[in-house]
Write a protein that binds this ligand. Sequence first.
Ligand code: FE2
Length: 494
Amino acid sequence: MPTQEQESISTVKSYTREDWQGGYTSLKEEYDYWIDDIEGEIPPELEGTLFRNGPGLFDINGQKIHHPFDGDGMISRITFTHGKAHYSNRFVRTEGYIQEQKAGKILYRGVFGTQKRGGMLANIFDFKIKNIANTNIIYWGGKLLALWEAAEPHILDPNTLETLGKEYFHGALSEGEAFGAHPHFDSNCVRDDGNPCMVNFSIKPGVLTTITIFELDVSGKVIRKHAHKVPGFCFIHDFAITENYCIFFQNPVKFNPIPFALGMRGAGECIKFQTNQPTRIIVIPRQPNSMVDKAEILEIQSGFVFHHANAFEKNGEIIVDSICYENLPEVEPNSDFRQTDFAALKPGQLWRFNLNLTDKIVNRELIESRSCEFPSLHPNKVGREYRYLYMSAAHEETGNAPLQAFVKVDLETGKKILWSAAPKGFTSEPIFVPRANAAGEDDGWVLGLIYNSQHHRSHIIILDAKDLTVVTKLHLQHHVPYGLHGNFVNQVFI
Ligand code: FE2
């Protein structure tokens, strides 16, 4: 029988900050075991491997890091096969991870404000970057790659999660060159005879920012690479693709590098949101040397976007669905993210943007006002018109709060379905997995990793994607810190 997650409608708040903080506790151990504490049945057709990445350490030998985005990448792998499930986790053995674990102290400044002990003098003019490999994990071209947007990917063995080295795609990437953490997978590329391809980007910020587009075939070979210069500093984490375009939202920010150079702030703490400046939408054709081989730039009112849900072309327009914030809260050197006052922050909300490239007009419409993040959809619908979107969301309908729920949005009818893990559960990115020979776009499952603050342990939840009812709960022996991104692959790795 399906089990039901405990529902609670709190009259005050659906969470306590202390409960939420538990998910930001370091997980130092590395595990490898078959999961035996299971409620419900694992669907026998669910065969494959869920890889997830995210910060696993929030301190180095007791020295606290300043922001979760500075935490060392830890991979969780959940393998589903023959109605059973296996869990394992490994830290990515980056150079920085190995050195800091050996030294027992922080040796690198983090982009988001982590500093070496010793104050300004210990950090001044130290521009060394620690590639922490903590943002996403993909399996492409027969390689498992841990991604971090400011440097090259790390290669892992999908069977052992051992770190094997760094990936340069046969020389298409140079040492230390950025490679985004948000590739999108075009399941049916019009330029490759309908074969799948992976589309990614990199940013080289400056007065003029260079955006480089990479497209890779199924063997992992870079088949298209083209660079475009756009005016102004860019802080861009994600982008969206359609059949023919890449779309970037250039958030209105300014970067003052001086406090970073002087060792007073992390680079990320030198970014200031500019409320009075518009957000620029940059549209770049995916076909290099096409008739319009230049970036088109449109403007809309200011806002901040980390993640786009999807984009597609329809009736001569480009439609982009994105999670937007009114602004970007600044990270202050003396602040502690563990003390976040959610009520004081604006929620991320789902908006639809209609881009008319001919008239250079953008219209926008609010689709989901509930605080939401981490969109997921059917993999074959990326870059194409689609109907169903799954996101992590707040339990309450209004205001800002930690993510404790999943919401499914029917973009055709506007119907929304919520599944909540409140008050003790906290969610992260949902992953939609289609059933083999699926009968429709939402025929499959939503997989999520839930942190349960009551027991300081995590569990994997399998929801029926049609109505978000619980199919299975798989209890882990420990907690898993809140992660960032991951992917499900049909191959079974164990
Ligand atoms: Fe992201």
